[in-house]
Design a protein around this ligand. Sequence first.
Ligand code: IVH
Length: 672
Amino acid sequence: MPRLPDESVIEEVRSLRESIARAAERYYAFDDPEISDAEYDRMMRRLEELEAEYPELATPDSPTRRVGAPPLEKFETAPHSVPMLSLENAMSREEVAAFDQRARKALGLSGPLSYTAEPKLDGVAVELVYENGSLVLASTRGDGYVGEVITDNVRTIRRVPLSLKGEGVPERLEVRGEVYLPKAHFARINQEREDQGLPLFANPRNAAAGSLRQLDSKITATRPLDMFCYGVGRVSGVIFETQFSLLKTLAGWGLPVNLAGTRGGVSLEEVFAYYEELSEKRHKAPYEMDGLVVKVDSISYQQDLGTTARSARWAIAWKFPPVQESTRVEDIVVSVGRTGALTPVAVLAPVSVGGATVSRASLHNEDEVKRKDVRVGDRVLVQRAGDVIPEVVKVLDPDREGRNPPFVMPRACPVCGSEAVRLQGEAVSRCINALCPAQVKERIKHFASKAAFDMDGVGDKLVHQLVERGLAKSFEDLFTLTMDDLVPLTRMAEKSAGNILSSIEQSKDVTLGRFLYALGIRHVGEHVARTLASHFKDIRRIMSASKEELQEIPEVGPVVAQSVASFFANPQNVEAVEELLRRGVRIKEEEAPEKGRPLSGRTFVLTGALSSMTRSQAKERIEAAGGRVSGSVSKKTNYVVAGESPGSKLDKARDLGVAVITEEDLKDMLGE
Ligand code: IVH
């Protein structure tokens, strides 16, 4: 007999639903989560528990019945012919064992089940539809039943084939997978956003979602998204026997599949072992993973097990422990960036989060600090997503007695004391003194950085000394430095001073795109700078272009146009450009865009016989694509390609945790 709920239970359910709905909206519709995934999962589980205990509280519109959020109105929508469902989560080995038990019981099996285990990528679920082998539609998961149409955006993802190849391509194929942003690009995009005073993405998943759900696919095209396919919707005329063979077939048609990370046809024990292995290795992977998806391998068993309204009964997501820790806020300081933006930063009692020590975390801006109400002395939850800037998720003891007063953003620049102004509609306050030493240092560092003038040795420490000693008041001054200026600096020998001067000299030949980027104009990141360069081809034409002329370029919107025009309307900035040219900077032809060398920097080892090419042909092709082939497996090996009857190199690869791929994967990487 189910128990009757009392007032407090009804209240708890109500409040859980409200919090979940709010969190889901921020997560799915605005790509801007407010709480950690672990917290969200906990709330959802608690609600599921209560609804199971008090079935009369389980309403059809409860968040436990839904997958995501309804589509935003700005996109066209398309229904999914098979609902795109979610997965139950497991937090421990015991919960996975219980899942195995349930599945075997439901199937009436006494023997063991065979599984396929795939990394759970942290990105955005997408469905691709191919008709007669051509990509005709791509949509997000939406609420599971109706998604947002994002076909043009998905077409910009290089690894998504526009047409399929190979034997037996079905008339209609609905294929599903995860679109993600590789970690390395995430860090770069956030850096650019910070430079431009835009809000940062909390993690690679939000960055991927934000990039994909753009009305303007040109913006998507500037974000190097990637995709792995993991399943299908409706498929005409093809019958798959197992999950693993399904994945291999998809890969054979040219779709991107994470075969190297997948273990197919394995026992429960092997799933356990693989989880341990992946927990160790996941931080080294180029993409963010948040768990292992364990799927019953046999497709006919999958069908027998079926689904609930929200998730499949034949699969479970075994989550990795979140990379979050708690620590105390020792201080809140304010740093000043290149554009004068004042950023509050929490100074933390050092704590190890997912293998890295964290002692500072960005609080982004005044509103963020207010929203999270972070104060000195608070115990906070901090998280690190991959290699990114750690951040404060929330205060853990907001009701504590004797808390310090709320943080107040200073009204003056903490470095030069000038007024700090927050313009209407902006989240950040800025120091308005262009000669503020903090801004000067940041501008010089930016000017010398890799993507700009690329001056070796001109970094944090050197720039600090140059500005403090009055040797550089602006970036132009870098070009008139002498040995006499540099040698007296701390920790500077004649040899290194000479190296720095020669790298400054070499940097004088610069492309127009880099030159523009180096000037540090707000909203002009590397990409915009290159776009302006290839359109105008001449710095003087850019300097005299009106806002309207700038906006004629398809990729340039009103914000960028305004920013560029006002930058050059300021005589000081024009003078800075003239001064650079007088001091010997030569703007040269734009380099041809780097030819796609898909394998550059990657080392391969070949073992076993390949079927469609000899090993020496494979070597040639890898090298032609920029990769390297080595005779023996070491920690430096990126991939071992295993053919028929592989040798001991395969064991060595597994020992060292090197990715093992098939010949098909290799061909995929070669873009064949
Ligand atoms: S299978 C009915 N496999 O995880 C089964 N999902 O809640 C549907 N995900 O948003 C999902 N990697 O996009 C599956 N290898 C994988 C996955 C995966 C990531 C995502 C999926 C969904 C969420 C599941």
